[in-house]
Design a protein around this ligand. Structure first.
Ligand code: PMP
Length: 453
């Protein structure tokens, strides 16, 4: 079905019935969901079988950084499939080394070796393993209000409440509070105060745990799923300094923030910080074929020069995924997608979202940059009480559900998490599309406003 094809509700119903029969969905009570049947997608849009078209302000799960069905990437996958669809990871392969080179050239500092995985969680798992083997230490520190994936170590590192349900052992994981000026865990009143207190808290946590037991600090450069909280100036540089002083490996998780999302290739560039390990996935190939990885510093790579790295994956550096990465990175260069994301953030999304905040009492704060924005929705602007309580479900979550439904009625597919909506479209969204999204949000926010005090 193309965007111009006739609606076909019967076909849509059949797709839904087949889904209900056999697909077990992530993060869901299987009997309580009614997934939309998708007929197709192109650029910033997708459409269903009923004839509804949606502007995707989620870019999938924040990964279609160059939009859906980019012809050059589709063609590269087809070409690779015709040439060599698959080959085991132990062999040298042109497309794999080319993807690794293009990634290494764009990651900051001396992160010049790439270990490929199939996604973000596996990247985090392997980064932690590398850090533990490199330091000979066991503990790993990560932040509350974070998301690092749903596999065993990654879900334990995850600090948002989703870990509660599946957290079993938390072996070696210690959580700390990272800065968040709008909802400060340190009761700070300025960004500078928040930064200083957060760094002191991290120092205290390390001192209490014992610096010689801490292998790594794992941090999202800009926490994504948990709220797109840009760190105050100086925080990440301060964390880097703490890590250096104690011989702790700094892992920056850029699974969501990397590959152009923030208007730079990697968000770490905004803060002038080079981690020892950097995890990536999603935008590396716009999610066309599953791919993630760890970019590794020269020092940590040297640890495994004569001693084997005890880890690997059957599909590490899969040719189809690497072909998609090579094509995606070339598209991003040729079409200046990274520069475009910075520009659209500065000129359209940022100003447009701030204008919405002025008109709508339900918007407590607008945060973000590039194509990476959050609206923190509140019941009360004064007290900053969230529009729905943390981890609300059922009736308690109804105001956000009503807001989401209003977005969809206005042709916008929204990202919603607790009391937040994120504006995270494709990084190459056009100015006209971005404005269309802002207009839909404007209409939907009047519904959220009805739930303010
Ligand atoms: N780290 C971060 C920062 C993420 O945003 C995500 C996914 N949202 C992950 C890790 C896990 O990635 P995946 O779902 O590909 O395992």
């Amino acid at each position: 079905m193309t965007p111009h094809a006739e609606p076909d509700p019967q076909a849509g119903a059949a797709v839904k019935a087949a889904d209900r029969a056999h697909v077990f969905h992530s993060w869901s009570a299987q009997g309580l969901i009614d997934p939309l049947a998708v007929a197709g997608a192109e650029g910033s849009y997708f459409w269903d079988y009923e004839g509804n078209r949606y502007l995707d302000f989620t870019s999938g799960l924040v990964y279609t950084n160059i939009g859906y069905q980019h012809p050059r990437v589709v063609e590269a996958i087809q070409e690779q499939a015709g040439r060599l669809t698959t080959f085991a990871p132990a062999f040298a392969l042109d497309v794999r080394s080319e993807a690794a080179r293009l990634i290494a050239e764009r990651t900051p500092g001396d992160l010049d070796k790439i270990f490929f995985t199939n996604g973000g969680a596996e990247a985090v798992e392997n980064a932690v393993r590398m850090a533990r083997l490199h330091t000979g230490r066991a503990k790993v520190l990560s932040a509350y209000r974070s998301y690092h994936g749903a596999t065993s170590t990654a879900i334990n590192l995850t600090g948002d409440p989703r870990r509660w349900a599946s957290d079993t052992a938390s072996a070696g994981v210690v959580h700390f509070w990272a800065p968040f000026p709008y909802r400060s865990p340190f009761y700070s009143s300025t960004e500078a105060e928040e930064c200083a207190r957060a760094l002191r808290h991290l120092e205290d946590t390390i001192a209490y745990e014992g610096p010689a037991t801490v292998a790594a600090i794992v941090l999202e450069t800009i926490p994504g799923t948990a709220g797109i909280m840009t760190p105050p100036p100086g925080y990440l540089a301060g964390v880097r300094e703490i890590c250096d002083r104690h011989g702790i490996v700094l892992v920056l998780d850029e699974v969501m923030a990397g590959f152009g999302r923030t208007g730079r290739w990697f968000a770490a560039e905004h803060y002038g910080v080079v981690p020892d390990l950097l995890t990536f996935a999603k935008g590396v190939n716009s999610g066309y074929v599953p791919l993630g990885g760890v970019a590794i510093s020269a020092e940590i790579a040297a640890t495994f020069d004569k001693r084997p790295y005890p880890g690997g994956l059957t599909y590490s550096g899969h040719p189809l995924a690497c072909a998609a990465a090579v094509a995606t990175i070339r598209v991003m260069e040729d079409e200046k997608v990274v520069e475009h994301a910075a520009h659209i953030g500065e000129t359209v999304l940022g100003p447009g979202l701030r204008a919405l905040a002025e008109r709508h009492p339900s918007v407590g704060e607008v945060r973000g940059l590039g194509a990476f924005w959050a609206l923190d929705l509140v019941r009360d602007r004064e007290t900053r009480e969230p529009l729905v309580p943390y981890n609300a479900s059922g009736d308690a979550a109804a105001p956000m559900a009503a807001f989401g439904a209003a977005c969809k009625r206005n042709g916008l597919w929204p990202f919603i998490n607790m009391n937040r909506t994120h504006a995270v479209p494709a990084c190459n969204i056009t100015e006209a599309e971005a404005k269309e999204g802002l207009a839909a949000l404007d209409a939907a926010l009047t519904v959220a406003d009805q739930h303010t005090v």
